[in-house]
Write a protein that binds this ligand. Structure first.
Ligand code: HEC
Ligand code: HEC
Length: 306
């Protein structure tokens, strides 16, 4: 074999002896640095396989001398997150808004977990931005059917509205047309009366005809000037903001059939601290009553939320 070795004249390198049509293959050795890296990789692989979980056998695997486990690391991380959350959750339960706002970390936690609980439980009806839909109130504005203090909101969430809870919020406007308590003409005129409360009537005479009827039939809930009554969930009819639509047709339908929107009571589905967190969140969204409106842009609370 050694005899076959030839030295290429031009490069001075040994050839492999292979030759095709006069073209010969040079036998150039691997560079040193490359070889060392190659050996180092082999060594690293052996050490790694001994220290870390590596070789599979049957339905288990070699665990490695260091006993390292990604699964255990995740479990530990989740445990410590739960422990951290439990501290905040305990503080939230039964806390007043003042106490929560006085503790910036707690407030931040309440806003973040309120926001995520809102996405999971409330967005289907109220919209992901709490903007509401026809029949489902907008929670971003400062118009409240049942009151907008922190305690009001917390109570609304706990007992629901026309829901299964025995103390649920209840205000039942009759179906004046369907149950034949009023004639269609009366309802048509009352529609104009209601529109007139926000200066939108197209038929002042019609509105005038039923002002006594409104006082007799409607004012017990909506008030003599139509300003509404949060203790009965009766909307303000004079603000040109409508839960069920503000066209003459919508208002006619409301008076004719009643509406009786239902919101579930959440006390059976959500933990008390979650209801508290949601109340903090909804209160802040809508510029809740009884507290100065929070300027969210000046609070570092929106960081790190999902
Ligand atoms: C099944 C639909 C539905 C879901 C889900 C729902 N709501 Fe409601 N919610 C309503 C309806 C309908 C009303 C208005 C009822 C009425 O008074 O006529 C309402 C009213 C409210 C009010 C009272 C608003 C006011 O002006 O006083 C608050 C606060 C509220 N919801 C918050 C929530 C929160 C927070 C969640 C999630 C935990 C939620 N809602 C989930 C349907 C829903
Ligand atoms: C027992 C209390 C009660 C009485 C009496 C009552 N309402 Fe209502 N009204 C309500 C409640 C509560 C709502 C909220 C809608 C719902 O979910 O039922 C409402 C809603 C309305 C709305 C819809 C407002 C909106 O934002 O879309 C109109 C309009 C209205 N009422 C007109 C009347 C008129 C006109 C009368 C008299 C014929 C009347 N109501 C009598 C309780 C009452």
């Amino acid at each position: 074999m050694a005899d076959n070795k030839k030295i290429d004249d031009i490069s001075g390198t040994e050839t492999t002896g292979h030759e095709w049509d006069g073209i010969e293959e040079l036998n150039t050795p691997m560079p040193r640095w490359w070889l060392w890296v190659f050996y180092a990789c082999i060594l690293w692989a052996i050490v790694y396989a001994i220290l870390m979980p590596s070789i599979p056998f049957f339905n288990s695997h070699f665990k490695g001398l260091l006993g390292s486990s990604d699964r255990a690391a995740v479990i530990n991380a989740v445990d410590s997150m739960h422990a951290e959350r439990a501290v905040y959750a305990n503080k939230l339960e039964g806390a007043t808004l003042e106490q929560i706002q006085a503790d910036p970390d707690l407030f931040r936690f309440a806003m973040a977990s309120g926001k995520s609980a809102f996405g999971d439980n409330c967005a289907t009806c109220h919209g992901s931005g709490a903007q509401g839909f026809k029949g489902y109130p907008n929670l971003n504005d400062d118009i409240w059917l049942w009151g907008g203090t922190f305690e009001d909101i917390q109570h609304t969430l706990t007992v629901g509205i026309r829901a299964a809870h025995e103390d649920t919020r209840m205000g039942l406007m009759q179906a004046y047309g369907r149950d034949e308590l009023l004639t269609r003409d009366q309802i048509r005129d009352l529609t104009q009366y209601v529109l007139n409360l926000s200066g939108q009537a197209t038929d002042q005479n019609a509105a005038g005809r039923v002002s006594e009827l409104f006082q007799d039939t409607c004012s017990s809930c909506h008030g003599s000037t139509g300003k509404g009554d949060p203790s009965q969930g009766a909307p303000n009819l004079s603000d040109a903001e409508w839960l069920y639509g503000g066209s003459a047709e919508d208002i006619y339908q409301t008076i004719y059939g009643g509406r009786q929107g239902v919101m579930p009571n959440w006390n059976e589905r959500l933990a008390p601290e979650t209801i508290t967190a949601l109340s903090v969140y909804v209160h802040a969204l809508g510029g809740g009553e009884d507290t100065p409106k929070l300027d969210l842009s000046k609070q570092p609370i929106m960081e790190g939320e999902e």
